[in-house]
Design a protein around this ligand. Structure first.
Ligand code: PLP
Length: 355
């Protein structure tokens, strides 16, 4: 029998998110430093109005898979906007970021090829790779020297997979160097930009060998995943990505909200600068909206999160297997809507609980 570890138990705690970066838990209003709504768009009236209008015009659900009757007109607009945003030829919207990763890996990579992925890539990428049956090696986190060694040794066509912003560490991949390496070795590069979109501007790379994956569930405040790539690769996914073909299209209201969110992200550069600015008020070395405070043991991390909650802050305790053993941490996320005073108070509270 597996001995249950009480510090590893996961539970469905009821939380009601509120506008402006707050949340209700057990009847108390807490400052929410725990979710990925980096621009506060999940409560933005422009998204809400767009979603309501689409709900009235197109109904509640998509009715079928996109390749049957689920491909409502809003999809076309969103995909055109995404391609323009990422400066790629085309784009393809999936049901979620998880499904987009399944689709890009299994729709494009034959099992005869080899996948080289950063050691810290997201669980959805690992699952996608395992399903693909392709040879797979991990390179040390952000280590381009190690990646080069693996590319030199590989006897097959290689696909490199990394994240732009790492979801549990908040650090950035050296994308320019990795892109150069990919080009040098004739490899393809897949970049998961889940936590970069709307927060961190990468020199947007429209190179033919770079494929972008992303999600509307983080800074865009809504839901749904996407892949941006050449027309040929998108067409290949439309024909071969099972996570696109065998699932119902997203509700029209969700796509309408995504169109509104992407417009804001492309146009409002003052807003998109704020999450990083707020993170840097907390930690001057922050590179994204995510700042980890590594504590070590599961128990101490849970206790620290509990004390922060008592002080009025919602901060998540992240434990293995989400992060490597012995690196349990508080994962603090900053949003454009956070107030300076709340960030200052959080800083004081954290220094108390981690003493
Ligand atoms: C959240 C996340 C995903 C999954 O996106 P969803 O839209 O929530 O399914 C994929 N990759 C990374 C790096 C993520 O952080």
């Amino acid at each position: 029998m597996i001995t249950p570890n009480i510090h590893r138990q996961r539970v469905r705690t009821e939380i009601q998110r509120l506008p402006q970066g707050y949340a209700l838990k057990n009847g108390r209003k807490l400052v929410n430093f725990s979710d990925n709504d980096y621009l506060g768009l999940s409560f933005d009236p422009r998204l809400q109005i767009a979603a309501e209008a689409a709900l009235q015009e197109y109904g509640v659900g998509a009715g079928a898979s996109r390749l049957v009757t689920g491909n409502h007109p809003l999809y076309t607009q969103l995909e055109q906007d995404l391609a323009a945003y990422k400066q790629t030829e085309d784009a393809l919207v999936f049901g979620s970021g998880f499904l987009a990763n399944l689709g890009v890996v299994n729709g494009l990579i034959p099992k005869e090829d080899m996948i080289l992925a950063d050691r810290l890539v997201h669980a959805s990428i690992i699952d996608a790779i395992q399903l693909s049956g392709a040879a797979f090696q991990r390179f040390r986190h952000n280590d381009v020297t190690h990646l080069r060694e693996l590319l030199q040794k590989a006897k097959k066509r290689c696909w490199i997979i990394t994240e732009s912003v790492f979801s549990m560490d908040g650090d950035l991949a050296p994308l320019a160097e990795i892109t150069t390496l990919a080009t040098e070795f004739g490899a393809m590069l897949i970049v998961d930009d889940a936590h970069g979109m709307g927060v961190v501007k990468h020199g947007l790379c429209s190179a033919e060998n770079v494929i972008w994956v992303g999600t509307f569930s983080k800074a865009a405040g809504s839901y749904g995943g996407y892949v941006c790539a050449t027309k040929a690769l998108i067409e290949q996914m439309v024909n071969q990505a099972r996570s696109l073909i065998y699932t119902t299209g997203l509700p029209p209201s969700v796509i309408a909200a995504n169109i509104a969110a992407l417009k804001i992200i492309r146009e409002d550069t003052a807003l998109t600068a704020l999450p990083l600015q707020n993170a840097q008020k907390f930690d001057a070395s922050a590179q994204s909206a995510i700042v980890p405070v590594i504590i070590g043991s599961d128990e101490a991390t849970l206790a620290a999160a509990q004390k922060l909650e008592e002080a009025g802050f919602l901060v998540s305790a992240i434990r293995p297997p989400t992060v490597p053993e012995g690196t349990s941490r508080l994962r603090i996320t900053f949003s454009a809507v956070h107030q300076q005073a709340d960030i200052d108070r959080l800083k004081q509270a954290i220094s108390k609980v981690t003493q």
